[in-house]
Design a binder for this molecule. Structure first.
Ligand code: C2G
Length: 129
């Protein structure tokens, strides 16, 4: 079984996220999403999520491409996640291009093109108009 892992906040779930998850799943048979916790988002990404972790987790678990959702509590957990879950491929959007190349020692690393025209930030801004 080829296992794939990806990481993210996935707040205000939108089709850009689903595009990523669909292509991530096409890279293997089993897709793990490490979902940023509310605390990690605020402390490390200064992101205040609209939906709390448990709701973001439930939304991801409802997506057919997602097999398992685990918490992302720290930047440094990726290597231990790859080892613990015997991951073959790490994948993330190309807004992170090159940032996780250190994982190449442990698994394949793939950066996929983002869906350009949509983002959670853009949605929030558009709703303010
Ligand atoms: N994404 C995308 N297209 C968009 C928006 C997002 O392909 N229009 C992808 C991102 O590249 C990422 C995933 O969807 O792979 C989740 O995006 P975010 O929730 O913004 O994730 P981020 O805050 O970048 O967290 O340790 C890594 C971080 O947790 C990544």
């Amino acid at each position: 079984m080829k296992k794939v892992i990806t990481y993210g906040t996935y707040d205000l779930l939108h089709y850009g996220h689903v595009n990523l998850l669909q292509r991530a799943k096409e890279l293997g048979d089993y897709l793990i999403v490490a979902l940023s916790t509310d605390e990690f988002n605020w402390a490390e990404k200064q992101k205040k999520c609209y939906f709390p972790y448990e709701e973001r987790k439930r939304l991801l678990e409802a997506i057919r491409y997602v097999d398992l959702v685990i918490p992302e509590n720290a930047w440094a957990q990726k290597i231990s996640d790859v080892k613990e879950f015997k991951v073959d491929t790490f994948v993330i959007g190309d807004d992170w291009e090159g940032k996780f190349d250190f994982l190449k020692e442990y698994c394949e690393v793939v950066y996929l093109p983002r869906t350009p025209e949509i983002s959670t930030t853009q949605i929030k801004e558009d709703l303010k108009k």
